[in-house]
Design a protein around this ligand. Sequence first.
Ligand code: AMP
Length: 398
Amino acid sequence: MNILVINCGSSSLKFQLIDAQSEKLIAKGLCERIGIDGSQMTYTPDGGEKLKTVTPMADHTAAIKLVLDALTDEKTGVVKSLDEIGAVGHRIVHGGENFASSTLITEEVIRAIEECNDLAPLHNPANLIGIRACQELMDGTPMVAVFDTAFHQTMPEEAYLYGIPYHYYEDYKVRRYGFHGTSHSYVSHQAAKILGRAYEDLKIIVCHLGNGASVSAVKNGKCVDTSMGLTPLEGLIMGTRSGDLDPAIIEFLCNKEGKDVHEMLNILNKESGVLGLSGGFSSDFRDLEEAFDAGKENAVRTMKTFSYRVAKYIGAYTAAMNGVDAICFTAGLGENSSFVRNMICSYLKYLGITLDQEANSKRGEDMVISTEDSRTKVLVIPTNEELAIARETYALVK
Ligand code: AMP
């Protein structure tokens, strides 16, 4: 069965068509600037050339129509008709406490996703637009919602509660939810497979280090803690997000700078992280690594502060699980930067970790990068959120 995976943003839409049985990618693409001037779609059938179409897309329905036309196009398409698409899997950012697993989309499910809109005001409404657009164009095709938050719903109370009046949790559901759940789930399962061990027997820490970054602790097959919180702002220092900070800093800086809370949160989301720490130099670790090598002071302090924060979380999660068997690195930075992996692991000698530098220098494949005798295993596992969404979707519709 072919599964269409849709990841809908406010003005963009990523898609992949995946054969669920063979898990082979059939085609993929991206619609950008939906509803704004200069809309364009890139579409790549597997093994074929990337095709670019610049054409107005008034809304997400128009974008999805273009995607479906491309997939069924006589010359460059990959299926004869939409009947060959058995189901659609939608990535949904926030499922709140309503969803601890993926689910078939019904009107009731849509209402429950809408209830979570104020927890993810930028993402959930866009995800819902994607669902509605697919329903309009693919009437009768089963759709599945796969939530970024679902994997973390197994966290115990002591991990998800904040130290604030309890009625804020009761009244408004203010608690830690965590994100990147599809990636944490995929990578931790994959780690067990690579190590040839039962998932339920392992203590795994997953470091998803991309432009957005989070760490999770997976004990005996269940997520027991994760670094992102009510929103994706908490936790690690990220590309442009601050991660953890003393909440009193917000009022302090608002007073100093004559800004309101909304403006300050915008700075914490978009102008902070490694971009802010490096004095506005770059949010991209490739630039930062180059500047680090050249001895630039701003890059040195940024890389050190970033890596230290990751190492600190690994320490905390080792304590939370009373040990750790494997530490996994994934996402843009985690998968590609041997330099950052080395820097983080330099704090982890107490876990008996030694890296195999030859393995650590390779790229693009699942790999154990610790030495044979390393007490704790370290792995690099390229994440594949789309495949994970396709698997979840297939499991519910087959
Ligand atoms: P993601 O959000 O997972 O797509 O990750 C994107 C981030 O990964 C980029 O902003 C870079 O900082 C980082 N990245 C990607 N490739 C490399 C690389 N070869 N070396 C270092 N960092 C990289």
